[in-house]
Write a protein that binds this ligand. Structure first.
Ligand code: NI
Length: 177
């Protein structure tokens, strides 16, 4: 693939569609989609990116948590591609935390998410993985998983006062140390 794809923005109908399973996990198409997700995510300083956000309605996303300018306090974790993921268990306990989305620039929201989740998926080598995640990484996974079902984080917010501009968000983050 030669041209870099655009990240679809809020309002684009493709963001509200349910994505289809990846049929051949190790096909050339699937591998090039993985590479594309990784490069667009890192160039955009995201901590995750789902295939539908670049216009490919497939059940695949990347989780790439590391501190950067957009997420100064993100924990460091090796990037992981999750293909055909299924969340198999969710904690009863919910946690509220700030999220942003490359499809919704300039805005952050305080979103309630399950404190931990169990997820089954295939990784980029095609191996089946079943794992539990908690904290910020569990949050990213739930956010990206929602994209596969045509949801954005704003759909998870009950109160419009929980939506703020990025400028206000940075004040909160940098003032709380
Ligand atoms: Ni997003």
């Amino acid at each position: 693939m030669s041209e870099k794809p655009e990240i679809l923005q809020l309002g684009n109908p493709l963001l509200y569609e349910k994505s289809k399973p990846v049929e051949a996990i190790q096909s050339r198409e699937a591998l090039s989609l993985m590479e594309l997700l990784a490069s667009v995510c890192s160039e955009s300083r995201g901590v995750g990116l789902a295939a539908p956000q670049i216009g490919l309605s497939k059940r695949m996303f990347i989780v790439s948590s590391k501190p950067n300018a957009r997420y100064p306090s993100a924990p460091y974790l090796e990037s992981e591609v999750m293909i055909n993921p299924v969340i198999t268990a969710r904690s009863d306990e919910m946690e509220r935390g700030w999220e942003g989305c490359l499809s919704i620039p300039g805005i952050r929201g305080a979103v309630p998410r399950h404190a931990w989740i169990n997820i089954d998926y295939y990784n980029k080598k095609g191996s089946f993985v079943s794992q539990r995640f908690n904290g910020f990484v569990a949050r990213i996974i739930q956010h990206e998983y929602d994209h596969l079902d045509g949801l954005v984080y704003l759909d998870r917010i009950g109160n419009t006062r929980d939506i703020i501009t990025e400028k206000e968000y940075y004040k909160i983050v940098f003032n709380s140390g």
